[in-house]
Design a protein around this ligand. Structure first.
Ligand code: HEM
Ligand SMILES: CC(C)=CCC/C(C)=C/CC/C(C)=C/COP(=O)(O)OP(=O)(O)O
Length: 297
């Protein structure tokens, strides 16, 4: 009986470790945006659950693979940051080899699924995205804040991947959706870097736009990118992809994000940065759900 309980517990713990290895919540949000952009593609005319589930599984495997490589590469730096010290590889609960083996299998299976169930273009962009995140963004994080710009490309490519999986082309709508997620990442991440600045500098990461840590310049960048999102978020309407209702909803959500960034600029404190961080978490899914609900068929 005791052995049985022990087995159950260790399975649970292993599963929890794999969930953390693939950064489940982050991967889930990334794949959520990919699925929404797939459904927004004009050639996707029906809501086919089996295809959505296939895209979701493939996306989770690819993003999970990228994050497993990231955690294997960053095991020493993750170990010194409070936020990441308990990750499976950083804490020593999982070997680097196990993480790489998972990454290899998950990455290959995910990319093959994209090719087999969707198309070659979406498989190739997925492979490119994985490469960019795991092998370019991850090492550059220690060198310069330019890493955020580099990381924002694989961060936004899932939108294009979803679109290409549905439409089998690289038409404007896919790039517009890519653009929304691309710009969103700057206020999202600079707010996080502001809150976790102490941790990041302990590990030697140079991710904020100013070397000294959070400054007015960081806040100005948050305001600037959130303002830039207003015209970009209007493009789905102008391209005839979505209707007027989502146009207004998205505009209100944008104003909400701008206000949080302006409050950060005025207050220059961690409390306001945390508010921008949480606003960014709710902003993106709401924008995508509004666009999907208002898709023009
Ligand atoms: C340059 C690109 C990005 C950077 C540098 C970045 C960085 C981060 C970091 C460091 C955290 C952890 C915050 C914490 O532990 O409190 C985080 C959380 C989060 N990020 Fe991002 N992110 C980026 C892009 C994205 C993208 C593209 C998405 C989804 C579409 C996303 C969604 C999330 C979500 C939902 C969380 C909260 C859940 C979690 O902690 O796992 N991020 N991000
Ligand atoms: C299709 C495909 C493979 C897409 C890749 C998607 C992906 C994983 C996007 C995340 C973007 C990103 C730069 C996150 C921050 O990671 P971080 O390493 O700075 O976070 P950390 O400090 O929590 O490790």
């Amino acid at each position: 009986m005791t052995a049985e309980i022990h087995n159950t517990l260790s399975w649970k713990d292993k599963l929890k470790d794999y969930k953390e290895l693939m950064k489940f919540t982050l991967s889930f949000t990334v794949v959520f945006s990919c699925v929404i952009c797939y459904l927004l593609a004009p050639k996707v005319v029906e809501f086919d659950w089996s295809r959505i589930i296939l895209l979701f599984i493939a996306g989770m495997l690819i993003s999970g693979s990228a994050n497993a490589i990231n955690q294997a590469v960053e095991k020493d730096t993750d170990a010194v940051m409070k936020r990441t010290a308990n990750r499976p590889v950083a804490s020593g609960r999982m070997s680097v080899n196990e993480a790489y083996t998972f990454a290899l299998i998950a990455g290959l299976v995910g990319i093959i699924m994209m090719y087999y169930f969707f198309n070659l273009s979406s498989a190739l962009v997925s492979a490119f995205s994985l490469f960019l995140y795991a092998f370019i963004y991850t090492p550059v994080k220690k060198i310069s804040s330019i890493a955020v710009l580099v990381g924002a490309i694989p961060g936004a490519l899932p939108c294009l991947i979803g679109w290409v999986a549905g439409n089998d082309d690289f038409s404007a709508g896919g790039w517009v959706l890519f653009g929304i997620q691309f710009l969103w990442q700057f206020p999202h991440f600079w707010a996080i870097a502001w809150v976790a600045h102490g941790d990041y500098s302990k590990a030697g990461f140079k991710l904020l736009p100013a070397d000294k840590g959070p400054t007015k310049f960081t806040a100005v960048q948050c305001v600037m990118y959130s303002v830039l999102m207003v015209p970009v978020c209007m493009l789905p309407y102008y391209f005839g992809l979505t209707g007027i209702v989502s146009f207004w909803i998205v505009l209100v959500l944008n104003l909400f994000l701008i206000i949080q960034c302006v409050r950060l600029f005025n207050a220059m404190d961690v409390k306001s940065a945390r508010r921008v961080m949480f606003s960014s978490y709710i902003y993106l899914p709401l924008v995508f759900l509004a666009l999907l609900a208002d898709k023009v068929h």
